[in-house]
Design a binder for this molecule. Structure first.
Ligand SMILES: *[C@@H]1O[C@H](CO)[C@@H](O)[C@H](O)[C@H]1NC(C)=O
Ligand SMILES: *[C@@H]1O[C@H](CO)[C@@H](O)[C@H](O)[C@H]1NC(C)=O
Length: 399
């Protein structure tokens, strides 16, 4: 029995015997589609093919509960943060989840999943399990250049609309800015881009994982190659069982679980620890190691730029020896920035620099005391954030 199976065995019995578990959250173990059904909303799954052959699965909530037949407002595409997926917009129950709130406000809601996450580990020719080196050879650039355009075109094609709302969190913002600068023709298809915890410049990011990768970038890249760790933190049923076992309301370890999440995403004063087993039922959902290399290169270069392959390869790929910078001046979509003074990943000084270079910022709102994940999971997220977001989207809903 190898270590993984041994742990699985121990946790299975610990779990099965109900040790420390009197409270199993009713949403524990449900995926995005199951959560949407459970809360009484219609759901569709759409398979979308990108121009470079990835097959992505997007989940749609075509309308809310109180507008029975069709949405009265335009479509909205929700694009999650690093290691997240469609479930992270619908896992805070029937009242607090943005996916449900938007549907009940009349929007046609589309929840995207990036290449490489739980739902999107498919490709026309590459196998995500046996050919990780090639399958996971992407960063936010490829998401911006291929995944987002494929999602946007699919939504507009299915709904016969000319444009849509976009809401991105963290990676969902940097990939948007990359797309809108790299393929500026997509700006016309965006009614309003709402950015939670916006990221483009990351020079002042204060996070131990990224700092370590920055300081040891060559070593990090060698380790990835040596141990073939091209895929980072994929969805794990074992992890969700561990979370249910140790992080439930009766567990003496629950605060420890919360500390672990704070370590990864920054300390939150608005987090509901009861929800940990539900969150970990789907998150982390997987990403690529190259994402970390790329972001660390940008921090070192103090620049929002494409991946640096080294001079010779850059010359071949880009026709110049340095990686091209993204021209934020080309991002002409209206952009609403929601950021915070307490976010260690989307740092206020970096957001100020982004905002100064974007030509069409229509909202720039500081949310006090918000950590990186509070935009999704804070207990006070409706009055603190979503009420403003809905009000602002409403002004762009008709033409
Ligand atoms: C648009 O949708 C139709 C079906 O409604 C499909 O046949 C067509 O391939 C789609 N086009 C694109 C560009 O996705
Ligand atoms: C935390 O989540 C639980 C379970 O969903 C819920 O009953 C409780 O009201 C939440 N607490 C707060 C402060 O929102």
């Amino acid at each position: 029995m190898d270590l993984k199976n041994l742990l699985l065995f121990v946790f299975y019995w610990y779990f099965a015997l109900g040790v420390h578990i009197r409270q199993i959250h009713p949403d524990f173990g449900l995926n995005a589609i199951q959560l949407i059904k459970k809360y009484g909303y219609p759901v569709e799954a759409h398979q979308i093919r990108t121009d470079d052959g990835y097959i992505l699965e997007t989940h749609r909530i075509p309308h809310g509960k109180n507008n029975q037949n069709s949405a009265s407002k335009p479509p909205v595409l929700l694009v999650p943060g690093l290691l997240c997926g469609s479930a992270d917009w619908v896992n805070m129950g029937g009242t607090n989840s943005l996916g449900f709130i938007l549907a009940d406000h009349g929007y046609d809601v589309w929840l995207s999943n990036y290449r490489g996450n739980t739902w999107s580990r498919k490709h026309e020719t590459l196998n995500a399990d046996t050919n990780k080196k090639n399958f996971f050879d992407y960063s936010f650039h490829e998401i911006g250049a291929y995944d987002l355009p494929a999602n946007i075109d699919n939504v507009l094609n299915v709904t016969k609309q000319e444009n849509l709302f976009y809401i991105g969190h963290s990676l969902g913002t940097i990939s948007f800015f990359a797309m809108a600068a790299f393929k500026p023709e997509y700006n016309n298809k965006i009614r309003l881009m709402t950015a939670f915890a916006p990221v483009a410049y990351i020079t002042n990011m204060d996070h131990f994982i990224f700092s370590w990768v920055e300081e040891n970038l060559d070593y990090f890249n060698k380790l990835i190659d040596k141990y073939e760790m091209y895929e980072i933190m994929p969805y794990s049923p074992l992890l969700s069982i561990i979370a249910q076992t140790f992080c439930n309301d009766d567990s003496i370890f629950q605060s420890f679980c919360a500390e672990f999440i704070y370590l990864i995403a920054g300390r939150s004063i608005n987090f509901n620890k009861t929800m940990i087993p539900v969150i970990v039922s789907n998150t982390p959902a997987g990403s690529s190691a190259k994402m970390f290399s790329h972001v660390s290169q940008m921090a070192i270069a103090d620049s929002f730029q494409q991946y640096d392959y080294g001079e010779a390869m850059n010359k071949k790929k880009y026709g110049q020896i340095t990686p091209p910078k993204y021209d934020l001046g080309k991002v002409t979509s209206p952009v609403a920035l929601y950021y915070s003074d307490k976010d260690v990943l989307s740092v206020a000084t970096d957001v100020d620099r982004l905002s100064a270079e974007l030509p069409n910022v229509v909202v720039k709102k500081m949310i006090n005391d918000y950590s990186h994940l509070d935009y999704l999971w804070a207990t006070n997220v409706i009055p603190t954030l979503y009420d403003y977001v809905l009000e602002n989207m409403n002004t762009y809903s008709y033409r």
